[in-house]
Design a protein around this ligand. Structure first.
Ligand SMILES: *Cc1c(COP(=O)(O)O)cnc(C)c1O
Length: 388
């Protein structure tokens, strides 16, 4: 189906942060499958883990214990706020699962009237009916009425509007620590802390969508760590599989306790192949000094990109984002970022579009100074030619 306006190109091979097309032309991949290929293409440790598992056992269903799944859950729990994990296959499924847990939690704890969830303008939570309603974006919802009920949206970063939106029916606040699809939008500092306080005051659950920001993207394992808070539940996916489909809902014991046998499920979720790769991703990301390296290279990339807006003001309006989730907002007409993205691809740099006329840079977490420099040179040359 024509659900994507695809670029006229097909990549046939990948190695680290590079992609190669059929003609053997090399591209520096600063899109990473839209923040998915967290350790670069064909990372040898991931390839080996997948290979070994593929020759051992692929799938048994969740009717039986899966040692790799238990290990991945234990490691995610050890390194996060969470006590329990549920595995699925994608970001939307993780958010959808979390929304079910939110409703069930309040139903089981004596507040069945609490089912409404506060979300934020510009949010993206996935493409299922409920996650579309949560995101609330007209362009994604068009043609799919009636809308799943129970979401109240307020401006991102606006704590007073959030407070005013709370009613006796409110169950949770669902939020991205920074908005990826909306164009690498960073909320005012202290926003998550203020949301945590609101949730505590009103008996609401704080539900983070870290599908894009999680697993090292911002230089911490999870972005919420920057604000020193703990959510009640959280969705992760994208980077967790490094390109292999996997998603997870992480939750506290209080939330997880309401999820009893039969209350939720997934045929493929957390199967042996997926969790073998997930564990291999964690081997690397949790390795000594890895996240520190992400913070260092993210700083170098920001520094390299920051002058573009002042040097080419007719092309780039601003640099924004955090860690290795950065956005260059294109100047002028709402579609200008498309020209920039195409120019960059022709110049050998693959980037991803985002909302608000933003070119999103979400490179693999394993890039080094030479890749930062290469991306910087391509960006400069494309900006120069678009400016003239
Ligand atoms: C990509 C994304 C999703 C949806 O993930 P899928 O795997 O495409 O279903 C949900 N939330 C956020 C923040 C995302 O970036």
């Amino acid at each position: 189906m024509s659900t994507y306006a695809r670029a006229p190109i097909s990549f046939e091979r990948g190695e680290g942060p590079y992609l190669f097309d059929g003609a053997g032309r090399r591209y520096l991949d600063f899109a990473a499958g839209v923040a998915v290929v967290s350790l670069g293409h064909c990372h040898p440790h991931l390839v080996a883990a997948l290979h070994v598992q593929a020759e051992t056992l692929w799938h048994t269903s969740n009717l039986y214990r899966i040692a790799g799944q238990e290990r991945l859950a234990a490691r995610l729990v050890e390194h996060s706020f969470a006590d329990k994990a549920f595995f699925c296959n994608s970001g939307a499924e993780a958010v959808e699962g979390g929304l079910k847990m939110v409703r069930r939690y309040h139903d089981e704890t004596g507040h069945p009237e609490r089912y409404r969830v506060i979300t934020f303008a510009g949010a993206f939570h996935g493409r299922t009916l409920a996650t579309l309603a949560a995101g609330g974006q007209a362009k994604h919802l068009a043609g799919y009425d009636p809308r799943v009920e129970g979401f109240d949206q307020v401006p991102y970063g606006d704590i007073e509007a959030t407070r005013r939106a709370i009613t006796k029916d409110t169950a949770a606040i669902l939020v991205e620590p920074l908005q990826g699809e909306a164009g690498a939008r960073v909320p005012p500092s202290g926003f998550l802390r203020a949301l945590r306080r609101l949730c505590d005051e009103h008996g609401l659950l704080l539900f983070l969508d870290e599908v894009q920001t999680g697993v090292g993207r911002t230089g911490r394992l999870f972005a919420y760590e920057w604000e020193g808070i703990k959510p009640d539940l959280m969705a992760v996916a994208k980077g967790l599989g490094g390109g292999f489909p996997i998603g997870a809902v992480l939750a506290t014991d209080a939330v997880a306790a309401v999820m009893t046998a039969g209350s939720h499920g997934s045929t493929f979720g957390g199967n042996l192949l997926a969790v073998a790769v997930g564990n291999a991703v964690l081997d690397v990301v949790l390795g000594e000094g890895f996240l520190e390296g992400v913070r260092r290279i993210a700083g170098a990339l920001s520094q390299r990109l920051a002058p573009l807006a002042s040097e080419y003001p007719s092309v780039i309006a601003e640099l924004r984002g955090s860690g290795l989730l950065l956005g260059l907002r294109a100047q002028g007409e709402a579609r200008n970022h498309a020209a920039l993205i195409e120019g960059l691809r022709n110049g050998g740099l693959v980037v991803a579009p985002a909302g608000d006329n933003v070119v999103r840079l979400v490179p693999p977490l394993v890039i080094d100074e030479s890749h930062v420099d290469e991306a910087g040179r391509i960006l400069e040359s494309v900006c120069r030619s678009l400016a003239s």
